[in-house]
Design a protein around this ligand. Structure first.
Ligand SMILES: [Zn+2]
Length: 156
């Protein structure tokens, strides 16, 4: 009995260590917690890397002055001054707020695409392409509206 107790205890210690060493993001939640916090579409995009249908997102044709925050963890990700109309059907930015985005590669469509994620919570935002405005960065961050929350800038 005592031996069994020790064995379970050791297993527990090992498993908690594995979990803590896997903690990659400052904000980490279980799948259930994300599901409870987010509405369905935000959950599917941020946590399951879905893509909203083009030309349907609330920030596609939206050009107020302010900041776009991560819909998962509220981290500021993009300034409205970097938003432009790419006519691609999703909010497009030529630059992120410095050090807020993590890059990854996904092969969902059979070829590599550069995925963009929130650095703080790992939430999937969209993809980045090299067809952005040539006079600035040449980069297009193609972001799902439901992955963002816009906050108006008081200074305008
Ligand atoms: Zn986030």
């Amino acid at each position: 009995m005592i031996l069994r107790f020790f064995f379970i205890n050791i297993l527990f210690l090992i498993s908690t260590q594995v979990i803590s060493s896997q903690a990659k993001y400052e904000i980490e939640k279980t799948d259930l917690e994300w599901r409870e916090q987010l509405d369905e579409m935000s959950y599917l995009v941020l946590r399951k890397a879905y893509t909203e249908r083009p030309f349907t997102g609330k920030y596609d044709n939206f050009y107020e002055k302010g900041t776009y925050h991560c819909a998962g963890c509220d981290e500021p990700l993009y300034k409205s001054s970097r938003k432009y109309n790419s006519y691609c059907g999703w909010p497009s930015f030529d630059k992120e707020i410095s050090d807020k985005i993590e890059y990854d590669v996904d092969y969902k469509l059979g070829y590599p695409r550069k995925e963009i994620k929130c650095k703080k919570c790992g939430g999937h935002l969209g993809h980045v392409f090299n067809d952005g405005p040539k006079n600035t960065t040449g980069i297009r961050h193609c972001v799902n509206s439901v992955a963002l929350i816009f906050k108006k800038d008081e200074k305008g």
